[in-house]
Write a protein that binds this ligand. Structure first.
Ligand code: AMP
Length: 385
């Protein structure tokens, strides 16, 4: 049996009064650390040896003679040979003794096996431990089933390659870099076979993954990633906030679309099929008339997550959408934790969050604010699992 929410919450009984905000060092750790420090909390980044300079050197907290922070936001860095070393009982004890509240990001849920997070990791997680699994497309209960139960529009699923009738996207992991994408598009069964063969030959995808790939219709429209926050500490009607919107830069896709068609066609054959490796983020806003629907979708998602996987969403989550020509959002991916693009709002915050909080508010700061509020009201248990 996995670690129950009650067991995770009981771990807090032996926690110090001033916990430390921790995050695995990659993805959104800087946003989490910056936000925590802004709210007066201490921070710890759990980094992999050899991938720690960003945190241990460049964003490390430097203090003046009075002990005050003068620079940086990462107060402490612990390094590991591999992130899964966090599971060692002695490391877990060390985290608990330091009073670490772990803010889960995609680096945590990718590099530490989900089974172990659910069953063995006895450190309080700020957010919804069990919902991390819904991101895995091959799970029986995944974000598609959750979105369907919430009545939220998703791209139409295509049952198999032979059923491809219009532009579709085939979703499978990269053959070797398993955390990256091996996505490709096809508008017919013949194009599917031709591209699949080429990508297998190029080593981008593996035949075994094709068998379990998700195929869905391609939504023609720009991508908007909506970074929400849900607080269980306030009445339900006040719980949902839209903090900000980001978009991604994907390589090689974004490089290709910056070329005129003639130059695209002059590229080597192997460069003409884009990769979808996320390499950066930008900040966006949406047409105001679209916001109402965005909130409706966010509310439905919160309700469905709570019903299907109690206690549901606690804190940040991200709905990744394409907006069609009528401005209707279709959700093609979900993060039931802090999104990958919140560094676009790092430090400065985002216009929507600023409009709510009357000042700079990032996703990381909002998480820390929630922790501070929960501490002040002796309700920390309500935001961890
Ligand atoms: P994901 O790994 O789900 O975040 O998707 C990576 C990228 O694939 C997104 O940023 C979009 O550019 C694109 N994408 C995914 N699903 C769709 C879809 N159904 N229609 C159009 N583009 C999509």
């Amino acid at each position: 049996m996995g670690l129950s929410t009650a067991e995770a919450r009981a771990l807090l009984e032996r926690y110090p009064d001033r916990p430390v905000v921790g995050a695995v060092g990659s993805h959104s750790a800087l946003d989490i650390a910056d936000g925590a420090v802004t709210e007066g909390l201490s921070t710890l980044v759990l980094a992999q040896a050899g991938r720690d300079a960003t945190y241990a050197q460049y964003f490390r907290t430097l203090r003046g003679p009075d002990g005050e922070r003068r620079r940086g936001c990462v107060d402490d860095v612990w390094t590991y040979g591999a992130f899964a070393d966090l599971l060692r009982p002695a490391e877990q004890e060390r985290l608990r003794s330091a009073g670490v509240l772990l803010v889960p990001n995609r680096a945590f849920s990718s590099y530490v096996p989900l089974d172990a997070i659910e069953n063995e990791f006895r450190v309080p997680i700020v957010g919804s431990r069990r919902l991390l699994r819904i991101e895995e497309r091959t799970e029986r209960e995944n974000y598609y089933t959750l979105l369907a139960s919430a009545g939220i529009p998703t791209p139409r699923a295509v049952p198999g390659p032979d059923a491809i009738e219009r532009l579709s996207i085939v979703k499978l992991p990269h053959a070797t870099r398993r955390l990256e994408r091996g996505f490709f598009t096809a508008a017919s069964p013949a194009e599917y076979r031709e591209k699949a063969d080429r990508l297998v030959a190029r080593g981008t995808i593996a035949p075994a993954d094709l068998a379990t790939a998700r195929i869905e219709e391609y939504v023609l429209g720009p991508v908007f990633n909506f970074n929400f926050f849900f607080s269980p500490l306030v009445p339900r009607a006040e719980g949902l906030e839209l903090l900000g919107v980001d978009e991604r830069r994907e390589s090689s896709l974004d490089g290709l679309v910056r070329l005129p068609a003639a130059q695209q066609l002059a590229l080597a054959e192997s460069d003409r099929i884009p990769d979808y490796t996320v390499v950066g983020h930008g900040s966006l806003t949406v047409r105001e008339s679209v916001l109402e629907e965005v909130f409706r979708i966010g509310e439905r998602f919160v309700d469905a997550a709570r019903a299907r996987s109690p206690p549901g969403i606690l804190g940040p989550f991200c709905l990744q959408t394409c907006l069609d020509r009528d401005g209707r959002p279709t959700v093609f991916d979900v993060a039931a934790r802090i999104g990958g693009g919140t560094n676009a709002h790092l430090g400065l915050g985002h216009p929507y969050a600023a409009a709510l909080y009357r000042g700079p508010m990032s996703s990381g700061r909002r998480v820390a604010w929630e922790i501070r509020r929960a501490l002040a009201e002796h309700r920390l248990a309500e935001i961890v699992t």
